[in-house]
Design a protein around this ligand. Sequence first.
Ligand code: SF4
Length: 135
Amino acid sequence: MEEHRVLMNIAYPDDKELFEIQKTAALEHFPPDEAEVRAKMAVDYIRTGERKTQEETIQENKPGIVKLASNFMKAVSRHVKSGAKQVDKETYEKRMSICDTCVFRQGNRCSHASCGCFLAKKASWKSESCPIGRW
Ligand code: SF4
């Protein structure tokens, strides 16, 4: 096992490439949200030898306050530029029901590293999409 980890480190020095390989493998067994987290857990393990839980991985990778503010401002900008359009009630409810089953949902926020937005707003804005393509 340790030998495999060392070999993976040598073969894949680029984190993004290693993540994509792990994610492709995880998608064969898990839904997209869980596959993302499991791929990140695998990369962390390969790089450090430390095994983290799913919850620890989500917490460590969720956007900090600066990134969160930046992501939110980008979302607001897209929303305004697109004419501040809202989705219909059915679409909103469908989006929220998908978020309800997602490992990245933490309370009323999406904790994915490239998001962090309030879900009630994000799901209601036509310009927005799920960062992992679930809606
Ligand atoms: S927006 Fe996507 S990643 Fe975020 S909680 Fe909803 S389904 Fe999950």
